[in-house]
Design a protein around this ligand. Sequence first.
Ligand code: 26Q
Length: 721
Amino acid sequence: MSREIIYTTMEILPGRTLANNLMNIPGAEVFEKECKKYGFSFAHFEDMERDPALGNGGLGRLAACMAESAATKKIPMKVSVLRFRDGFFRQEVEDGYQKEMPDRWFGPDGTYPLEKKQEWLKQKVTYHDNGMKATVTMVPYDVPVIGYGGYCNYIRMWGVDGVEAECGEGKKAMYYDIDSKLYPDDSNAYGEKLRLLQEYALSSATVGSVIDCCKENGWDLKSLPKHYCIHINDTHAALMIPELMRRLMEDYHFIEKDAWKVVKHTFVYTNHTILAEALKRWPIWLMESVIPHVYKVIDHMHHGFSKMLAEDYKGKEFETKLKNMAILYDGEVHMARLAIWGAYSVNGVAQIHTNILCERELRDFYEYMPDKFVNVTNGVTQRKWLYHANPELSAFLTKYTGDNEWIKDLSKIKKIENYAADPSVQKEFLDVKKTNKERLFELMDAEVRRNVDAGWMVDTHVKRFHEYKRQQMNCLKIAYLYLKLKDNPKMEFAPTVFLFAGKAAPAYKQAKCVIKLVHQLKDMINHDPDVNQKMRVEFIKDFNVSKAEIIYAGSDLSEQISTASKEASGTGNMKFMMNGALTIGTLDGANVEICEAVGSTNMYLFGMTAAQVMRLEANTGKYRPMEELNQDPYVKKAVFLLDRLQPKITEEWFYGVNTNPADRFFVLKDFAGYVNAFLESNKEYQNKALWAEKCIRNIACSGGFSSDRMVDDYCKKVWFV
Ligand code: 26Q
């Protein structure tokens, strides 16, 4: 059975696509040669393209890896997204504080050079504003995603093309804002409503286009699931479920049973996050006022599902099940529950994440419908993250694996393990790393660049700023080392540059404090002659896919230090591994599988396990962060130093913010283990042969983290293609 996958997502982060597309086409070398003949480098063309920043992190980048790997595997796929005129935001730093600037990623003519408008595929999306009808016309723009070998998939970006509304001009303007920007500020009523309009625009346009394609091909709508699998990437487009139901019944006169049968065989849902606050719920009143025609269907689905639960559970147990599973509860629509009920498959993105979903977060669902739940561990495309990002390492890999088969089958990379202990190969690897470090230094401040060289260890922490990812713990480590080195100038220590990059959500105060703290440490340490020949701090602003390619390739140590149980998977961890950086981390997300693949002796693991964290969380009041200060006088001193710089952060450790318990991400609890793991890595870094051997082993064992493997798994376990 051949099905096209409609991967529907609020975010997509393809990076600059021209080069990737060309690189995957047979004969692209000819183009490169011709460029050279006329005095252009390939990079010249590349630099003309802006990074589409239609995402904020892992979820968006995963969609891009998925599309590229699906194309490589010749699995037909469209990634359905909104064509936001502004990306997430462009990050500026002023006096150490993050400033959010509009990210205008279109060219001066208001278009993206690689897109093609598809006029004839327009869709009409209906809204109501307290009884007044509005119809928004959405038009798709397709961007090609070419797989290795030349097969082409598309990113289908839906933009607003016109609005007809019964309401006044003022209210009409809001509908034109649907494609204005990703994740508008939802702390005010306008922003919150706009997000709902966006979710419905994406959902309705996507479902409408699938129906139209069926009709165009002369397929009976009852056979829709034979031709399409619609993938809900996190809950942002879960409204597709009631929308398809509604269309089939209202427009095509399906009886409920038949419509439900189509729905139940069409949708799959991937969950990307464990944190309860990220499981989206909409107020019923809002949904009822904006999309009453869809809410009506949700209400109906809710009653059907509740009735089923009532048949299977009684009394108190039924009450509990309703509380944990009902689509409508306490005045809210629970989007994840809607997605789980309407999809035939639900998956997490790493084994530990899927286990936590089944055993804890979604336990009642798992017990009720265990067959629905599967795990598909994330992966990343080696064509982008190795072949394109790291040409020197690519040449090295091709040389020592004997051919370039690894480009389309990353398991072949295993062969370089045979050379891991070979001194001349180690030397060659270190030379490659040196070149990549020098390229990375180019992204840094002139002042830092002048004072470091490729002998320095590059310790890199790049990802969204979030308390659970614990950039603040890395800051505490830096403060600790600073104080120790100041007091013990003779301490053995390989000079290290501590590198950060990443954005904080505009309204996330604690995370923004950490960005400021990094800059305060940078100011203090980089200007202190007692230590600045041994350590430097750097923050690269406006982290994006293009910068990420250079950063992963040039790093030695990969910081993956989330509180165990909080990071669903992580994908940066895989990109570092492929590029020959060693991981310092907790047993969280895909770090667990990385450890299984390469072995714990080739990583620097520390900290509580997920089980320990969850046990301590359940024992409220048992954890007293203050007590953790007594083990080592330098821990106390480092905490005092941070307290002087950013008291908001230390307050969180000792008192908690709002009603949250003190140090809820267990920074102080894991700190001693973290520092020791770092010092161990810093010591081993000085043994060049040992370090290179471990890096080569990591690269050799990264085969399972290709998104080609991930797409294979989705084909077998989820999409059934
Ligand atoms: C939630 C509520 C309301 C509005 C928006 C949201 C929202 C927005 C973005 C919820 C989640 C996100 C993004 C999540 C994300 O990027 N998750 C990451 O997904 C990666 C790919 O699977 C994983 O590797 C990461 O571990 C996970 O954090």
